[in-house]
Ligand binder design. Structure first.
Ligand SMILES: [Zn+2]
Length: 400
């Protein structure tokens, strides 16, 4: 093989392909953004003799995926007034904020995000900008603008729909620009009551119409949904994935497994409010509710894994205290705390999402896209090793 600007090799002491771990060194030959070969052992000397650039590291794995973010929101500020002011800024400021979120994600090794909605369509714009590699953004899968019921929760991320005609028209129009259709099925949890207290925004017939219209347009759906009533509608309607899904139950999980409905449990925003109750001013009783909700969520995550439900790792980055990129490490910790192996957590944060989204290269394999992180050492030795990628490669649509 000859020296070539579009080719290089990576040698790692061990690696994870997105599904399973591989021990012992391996040499990856990458050309034009694709993995031309994976060979056991360290072949760097021969390749370097051939004039090929070689990167070395302790561990190679697929780029991380955050399956639930809001790029136009900055999760850093925790002051409610400051957060409300952020939303009132002119569009160009929100676009700037989204660019900063995207860059921060990539620096943390997140090479793909699914944006779960913003009312201005900033996410679709960032998706376009991400196609230029010099932007330094992860690949963006965009939920554009979602759909919600008028006067109900979700105005910052969704448009109002009403009767069946408006549902059909809106979903078909949104499907032209969105990669997935987000439906806001329930409000947020009332933490003081320790429950979801509002009625679902859509009936089963309406939710089905959203799902079927999206499907006819070739689009998956993802549902913002927590609480028994909303979950029952979401799974019966056959959404592609349940987002949040607090107050989960075994019956819902079995329908999800059978219907191949994925789950993105997003522990991070609730965990933040439990860990830092003073940011919101929660009483000790509410903090107790938060802990109970998190523990119940962890139990159901473990159950979902045992039952074979597809798990996606998403953080809801942009929510209060949930920082783009960094939150992925914390969400992985939540999965591990819940009793899942790190391998299972990393699968949810890499191959499971790529497979659910229908991407061509869900794992690192010969002939596939090279979308990867090179780490100094294995995260299986110390999870903190994830946080310091030596190199990050993003597979961009259309680049290979
Ligand atoms: Zn969200």
């Amino acid at each position: 093989m000859s020296a070539d600007d579009n080719a290089f090799a990576v040698v790692a002491d061990a690696w994870f392909d997105g599904e399973r771990r591989h021990e012992g060194p391996a040499t990856f030959l990458v050309r034009d953004g694709r993995i031309e070969d994976i060979a056991a052992g360290d072949r760097s000397a021969a390749l370097a003799d051939g004039g090929l650039a070689v990167r070395r590291g302790g561990f190679l794995m697929p780029g991380l995926v955050d399956a639930h973010v809001h790029l136009f929101l900055d999760g850093g500020p925790t002051d409610a007034k400051e957060r409300a002011e952020h939303l009132k800024q002119p569009l160009d400021k929100l676009v700037e904020a989204a660019r900063a979120s995207a860059r921060q994600s990539l620096e943390c090794g997140v090479t793909l995000v699914r944006d779960a909605g913003d009312r201005h369509g900033v996410n679709n714009r960032i998706r376009g900008e991400a196609r230029t590699p010099s932007a330094g953004f992860p690949r963006v899968r965009s939920g554009g603008l979602g759909v919600k019921r008028a006067k109900r929760y979700g105005a910052f991320m969704a448009a109002d729909v009403d009767d069946p005609d408006s549902i059909r028209d809106s979903v078909a129009a949104l499907a032209r620009s969105n990669d997935e259709i987000k439906l806001i099925l329930t409000g947020i949890i009332d933490f003081e009551a320790g429950a979801v207290t509002d009625e679902p925004q859509f009936t089963l017939e309406e939710a089905r119409l959203i799902v079927e219209t999206a499907r006819a347009c070739g689009r998956l759906t993802f549902a913002h949904c927590s609480g028994r009533l909303g979950l029952a509608i979401a799974v019966a309607a056959g959404v592609g994935s349940i987002e949040h899904g607090f107050f989960m139950d075994r019956e819902t999980l079995s329908i999800m497994r059978d219907g191949q409905i994925a789950w993105t449990p997003t522990f991070s925003p609730v965990h933040f409010q439990w860990a830092r109750p003073e940011a919101v001013g929660w009483s000790p009783q509410t903090v107790g509710n938060l802990r109970r909700i998190l523990d119940d969520h962890a139990r159901h995550l473990q159950l979902a894994h045992e039952m074979g439900v597809t798990l996606l790792l998403g953080t809801d980055a942009g929510s209060m205290g949930v920082r783009h990129g960094h939150a992925v490490f914390e969400e992985i910790e939540r999965f591990v705390e819940a009793g899942l192996s790190l391998e299972t957590a990393l699968r949810a944060a890499t191959s499971a999402a790529r497979r659910h989204f229908g991407l061509a290269s869900p794992v690192l394999a010969r002939g596939g896209e090279f979308d990867a992180l090179l780490l100094d050492a294995s995260p299986f030795d110390d999870m903190a090793n994830l946080q310091r990628p030596l190199a990050v490669w993003v597979a961009h649509p259309g680049s290979a």
